[in-house]
Write a protein that binds this ligand. Structure first.
Ligand SMILES: Nc1ncnc2c1ncn2[C@@H]1O[C@H](COP(=O)(O)OP(=O)(O)OP(=O)(O)O)[C@@H](O)[C@H]1O
Length: 240
């Protein structure tokens, strides 16, 4: 097991954004987190990555308790993440954007540059390495967001809606990239609303609703789960 999320909660005053959620992820798995808007998915990522301290519960990464540690400490231990709202550094190049992430582990500028070039190739941005961040299309900004996270050399990557805002052909282009990351040995947890993506790439799915886990299983189990259909999928998407 690479990560164990144990009874994790985050309460904002009276609002239970995440309430007693538990799940495990095995090495090299791709696990999807789905649920309606406001279900607590991004908050869950914030708790895993240390962007927010937990109200209660525990996050164990590689058998080490990392609960509520600072984000840069957790990043150094090997958890990388992307943000739902892409945040490239607008006025520096694509390569320099990736290098910012690479300094998490690299010990020299040369090493950061070389590693970043490799990553840009992986996400299909190598030909655009000299363009400035803000000049990229939305699809390429999403790729850069993944590159920045990958440059930190994570063993666990948290992807927060990297397909949102992309058209179907752009989605089709990014899917192989995600599968390629797994082939290179990275474990992935992804939040995603596009069900084709979830069904296509995930080994397992965790469903959250009102801050609580309501189901967990294979894509097939999830699409046939009456509670999930009621809370999120709707009748037309079920395979029942
Ligand atoms: N920092 C915060 N302070 C107060 N409330 C918050 C904070 N962050 C999130 N929330 C609330 O917690 C709940 C869960 O939000 P969260 O963003 O985790 O949902 P989500 O499942 O990621 O939704 P979406 O699919 O729309 O991104 C929402 O009601 C949200 O308004």
């Amino acid at each position: 097991m690479i990560i164990q999320v144990k009874e994790v909660s985050k309460h904002f005053g009276g609002l239970k954004a995440v309430n007693g959620v538990s799940f495990d992820v095995n090495e090299n798995e791709i696990v999807g987190i789905i649920g309606p808007n406001g279900a607590g998915k991004t908050t869950l990522f914030n708790l895993i990555s240390g962007s927010l301290p937990v109200t209660s519960g525990q996050v164990v990464f590689n058998n080490e308790d990392i609960t509520s540690q600072k984000p840069y400490v957790i990043c150094k231990k090997g958890i990388g993440r992307t943000y739902q709202i892409v945040k490239p550094f607008g006025n520096i190049s694509v390569l320099e954007n990736a290098m910012v992430g690479a300094f998490n582990k690299a010990s020299s500028t040369k090493e950061a540059r070389e590693y970043s070039l490799e990553i840009l190739k992986k996400v299909g941005l190598d030909k655009k390495k000299d363009q400035i961040g803000k000049s990229l299309t939305i699809a390429d900004k999403k790729r850069l967001e993944v590159a920045k996270a990958l440059a930190t050399q994570p063993t666990l990557l948290l992807l927060d809606e990297v397909m949102a805002g992309l058209n179907p052909s752009e989605v089709k282009e990014i899917l192989p990239m995600i599968k390629g990351l797994r082939e290179s040995g990275i474990t992935i947890i992804l939040i995603e609303h596009i069900m084709e993506v979830v069904m296509n790439v995930c080994d397992r799915i965790v469903v959250v609703h009102h801050g609580e886990k309501i189901a967990e299983g294979t894509p097939k189990e999830i699409t046939n789960n009456p509670e999930v259909i009621k809370a999120y999928l709707g009748e037309e998407l079920s395979f029942a």
